[in-house]
Ligand binder design. Structure first.
Ligand code: SF4
Length: 143
């Protein structure tokens, strides 16, 4: 079964370190992350708007999933990676495209309005994909 992702989550997954908006959000994100780490040939379908990550956003927090700034990131990040809405591609092919087309420093510009960007995890995630010969996601830190 394929996983549906919006554009900016292609990079968020690279930076994910097990932290997020709620326990439920992290459980879902960790499930997606671990599947992609263990089964990198999993098919990803690029969609517009709320996706399989947004599905677990906590209902008791202000949602940003429909904000214009988030759609802006979706469009710019997917475009840099070379995907259009409706495209399907394996996760491993997406990581190859990240290595070829996205620089770690691009995150500061692409994600200038994200609260997580100053922590540097997403830049590190892109740098890891550049350095990893097999283009595989890192293991998550132990909780
Ligand atoms: S900085 Fe924010 S939007 Fe950008 S990849 Fe990281 S978590 Fe996602």
């Amino acid at each position: 079964m394929s996983i549906e992702l919006r554009g900016h989550h292609l990079l968020c997954l690279l930076g994910y370190r097990g932290k997020g908006y709620s326990d439920g959000f992290c459980a879902n994100m960790t499930g997606i992350y671990e599947r992609l780490r263990r089964e990198p040939e999993t098919e990803i379908r690029l969609i517009v708007g709320p996706d399989d990550v947004c599905a677990a956003f906590p209902s008791d927090q202000p949602s940003h999933c429909e904000n214009a700034s988030v759609y802006r990131k979706d469009s710019e990040i997917a475009g840099l990676i070379g995907m259009l809405p409706g495209d399907t591609r394996s996760w491993s092919a997406i990581c190859e495209a990240v290595a070829a087309r996205v620089r770690p420093d691009d995150v500061a510009t692409l994600c200038r309005d994200c609260r997580w960007e100053p922590y540097g995890m997403c830049r590190e995630g892109v740098a890891h994909i550049h350095a990893a010969a097999d283009r595989r996601l890192r293991e998550l830190p132990q909780p």
